[in-house]
Design a protein around this ligand. Sequence first.
Ligand code: S3P
Length: 461
Amino acid sequence: MILKQKKLTLGTHLNLIDEMPNTLIIKKKIRKFNKAIKVTGDKSLSIRWVLLASQAIGKSKAYNLLMSEDVIAAIETIKKLGIKVKLYKNYCEIIGNGINGFKYKNNLTLNAKNSGTLGRLILGLLIKSPKKIKLVGDRSLSRRDFSRVTKPLKKFGAKFYYKRKNKLPLSILGAKLPKGINYLENKGSAQCKSSVMLAALNSSKITSIKAKKSRNHTELLFKYLKIPIKIKTTKKYDFINIKQPKKISAFNYKIPGDISSSAFFIVLTTLADDSKLLIKNVNINSSRIGVITILKKMGAKISLKNKKNYRGEEVCDIIIKSSKNLKAINCPTKLNSSAIDEFLIIFLLAARSKGISYFKDISELNQKESPRLNWGSKILNMMGIKTELTRDSIKIYGQPNLEIKKLITIKNYLKDHRIFMMSTVAALTCGGQWKIYDKDSINTSFPSFLKIIKKINNRII
Ligand code: S3P
């Protein structure tokens, strides 16, 4: 069969060829570059803003809200629950009806699509729903565990009905008078912690959470919104007490850039020849920057400039320079939770570092949009990198001078956006010919990913 090849506008000298719809073909490495970019808004903060604005009284506005499929699914969800949302060119407006101010018909079905964060957090907000509501998701989300949130939410008095054990679709029937609970969150999951925190907004008595460290955006937003919250932190755990607020006032928010999206460009620049990149206005909340700590330990040249505080979140510009002397890491497990979404791209750096890198206690990676730990290992093997994989760890035998010469095809990966982006960065920095299926997977978290690659892939330095 002769395929008609249509060149993409996307940096044609890279031979990014649109040979088949929805497939990216890369035949050349990226050339050296010196650029400034902005990545789109933080996904965790965008979803949290949508959900909390739906509980506030009156008009809240968000600027730089991430307009990706996960966030749009959050907007569609609250609209189905009777909340008004208006989208303008530069901002999104949500007109909330106050706590538990949802209004909806019988037999409502909500669709969290690909988003674990939306699927798990919305259940917390439905803790008092007087009617049964069905929650569904896409193929990837329907293989993920929901008992991790329905278990604690049952303790508030809600009822859950599953068709398949612990998997979507499920239905929730809220409690008449939810009462605060004591909850031990032992996975380091911000989704579980936040789901229970949102349920506490609707519950009498205090909710007490002992949570293994994880991203703390919900806590910071609660504080900013003057929701009665007390937090005591120790090395490993946070102790959080929440009292039901009388009301939440409407609030405006400028969402900073996403560190998880930035991470792909940090590694792209580190591995590219003789290049430099400035990423402006990125959220560097300390519970999210494990990737920076790990990459720096491995020899990446990353500096953080113009640090400022925005409503409790730390924001800065990130400057990255290429690095030739990368070394393996025995990654401290205390960094796992703050780098949880970045391991795939960290594995790629390990593949190009001198020595054997070791990452342990990371079985949670196989609970993500795809079994990511297994996929990370599989892609590195396809690249000619030796790995030793167990159910919760990986050893990566680095090859600093790796030059791939063959064709690598990436497909059937449950459309995990981060697998697509990791593979693209690998193709642009390690050589070989790559055929990466399901280009539209990036739409869940970072729709402009390939556009930014195009912007960087410019011969003028
Ligand atoms: C998220 C928490 C993390 C992360 C996900 C976003 C959040 O999941 O992987 O991409 O916004 O709370 P877990 O809480 O399951 O670790």
